[in-house]
Design a protein around this ligand. Structure first.
Ligand code: AMP
Ligand code: MG
Length: 321
C-alpha cells in the first residue's frame, strides 16, 4: 500500500487482540498482492499487462476485492464528472518521472499517456465478475481509493474477532468504529494543508464511519519552482497546481478516500454541492487566494460533526454552506 497502518483498539482480552491484529496484517498483505501497481505480479498489474499489445480481446475473471474496488471507482467517476479516474495510471507514471527528474513530460509523452486514460474503457460484468480493458497500454491506479478500502476491511477483520471499539488509520484514511469506553465518539483533528505537524483547530467527533484527507502536503513534484500535486486532473493529465486540502466523512472507506481525491480536483463550490447531494457524505475544503490566505468551506453535514465549534487561525475565512 506504500503506507503505514495504525490500529487503536480497546479490549480486555489481549490474546484475542493479538490474533485479530495478525489477521489484519494478513488481510492487508493480501490486498496489497491484489491491488499494488508497484508489484508487477499483483492481480491488478497482470490484468493491465493484457493491454500491452492492444485492447483486451475478451473479459477476464477477477477477484472479489479487485471487482469491488473497480465497481465503486466507476461509480465515483460518474458522480464526480470524471474528476476521479481509476485509469489515471499512465499519467501517474509521468508524474513520478517528473518528480524524480524535475522535468515535465514532453507533449508527445503526455498525449500518449492520455490516450490510455478513460474510465469508459473499463467494462465490468457484474454477473460474471469480469473486467475487460478496451484501450491499449492501460494502467489502473487504485491509489486514491484502496487505502480507504483497506482501512475499512481491517476494521471489519477486528470486528469479526469481536473487537468493535477500534480505529484504523492508513496515513490520511481512517476508519473509526465504536467509540472508546465511556466516550461517544473518536475525536479527530486535522493538519493545516501544506503544513505538516500543524493543527487547523478543527476537531470532529465520529463513530462507525470513515474519514479521509487528500492534499499535497506530503506528495508533490517540483519543476522550475512550480509545485505539482500527486493528484492529477484527468482533463489535463498533469498534477494539480492549485493548492487545496480536502477532508471527507463518509459511511465507508472507499467513498471517503475517493471523494477526497475527486473533490481536490473539483474545487470548493462543486465539492460542497457533491457532498450535499450524496447520502452520508460531509466535506471540508480549504482553498487559498493569490496571497496564500486560506479559506475553509464546510458542508452543513460536516459542521454537525464539529466538537465545541471551531477556532481557526486569525487569517482564515470560514464558510459553512
Ligand atoms: P489520495 O491520496 O487518496 O488523494 O490519492 C492520490 C493518489 O491517487 C495518487 O498518488 C495517484 O496514485 C492516484 N490519483 C491521482 N490522480 C487521480 C485521479 N484524478 N483519480 C484517481 N486517482 C488518482
Ligand atoms: Mg483518496
Amino acid at each position: 500500500m506504500g503506507t503505514g497502518f495504525r490500529i487503536v483498539l480497546y479490549t480486555a482480552d489481549e490474546p484475542t487482540a493479538r490474533t485479530a491484529i495478525d489477521a489484519v496484517w494478513a488481510r492487508i498483505d493480501a490486498l496489497n498482492q491484489t491491488l499494488s501497481d508497484y508489484d508487477r505480479k499483483s492481480e491488478l498489474s497482470r490484468v493491465c499487462q493484457l493491454t500491452n499489445d492492444g485492447p483486451m480481446r475478451e473479459p477476464v475473471a477477477i477477484s472479489d476485492d479487485f471487482y469491488r474496488v473497480l465497481a465503486r471507482s466507476l461509480e465515483v467517476s460518474e458522480a464526480s464528472g470524471g474528476a476521479f479516474d481509476v485509469t489515471i495510471g499512465p499519467c501517474v507514471r509521468l508524474w513520478r518521472r517528473a518528480r524524480d527528474m524535475h522535468q515535465l513530460p514532453t507533449p508527445e509523452r503526455l498525449a500518449a499517456a492520455r490516450a490510455a486514460v478513460g474510465y469508459q474503457f473499463v467494462k465490468l460484468d457484474p454477473s460474471r465478475h469480469t473486467v475487460q480493458l478496451m484501450a491499449a497500454h492501460m494502467r489502473l491506479d487504485v491509489g486514491a481509493i484502496a487505502k480507504g478500502y483497506a482501512a475499512q476491511e481491517a476494521f471489519d477483520v477486528l470486528k469479526d474477532h469481536g473487537i468493535s471499539r477500534a480505529l484504523v488509520g492508513a496515513a490520511g484514511d481512517i476508519y473509526a468504529g465504536d467509540p472508546p469506553p465511556g466516550r461517544d465518539g473518536w475525536q479527530l483533528g486535522f493538519e493545516a494543508p501544506g503544513k505538516s505537524g500543524t493543527n487547523t483547530g478543527v476537531y470532529v467527533r465520529v463513530r462507525n464511519c470513515a474519514v479521509s484527507t487528500s492534499g499535497d502536503t506530503y506528495r508533490f513534484a517540483e519543476v522550475e519552482g512550480q509545485r505539482y500535486s500527486h493528484i492529477i486532473d484527468p482533463a489535463t493529465g498533469i498534477g494539480l497546481t492549485t493548492r487545496t486540502g480536502v477532508s471527507v466523512i463518509a459511511p465507508d472507506g472507499m467513498t471517503s478516500d475517493s471523494f477526497g481525491t475527486a473533490m481536490s480536483i473539483l474545487g470548493p463550490a462543486r465539492s460542497i454541492a457533491l457532498a450535499d447531494q450524496t447520502p452520508g457524505v460531509a466535506a471540508m475544503v480549504t482553498s487559498f487566494d493569490s496571497s496564500g490566505t486560506p479559506k475553509v468551506e464546510m458542508s452543513a453535514r460536516f459542521a454537525k460533526y464539529l466538537v465545541n465549534g471551531i477556532t481557526l487561525p486569525a487569517d482564515t475565512t470560514l464558510e459553512v454552506n
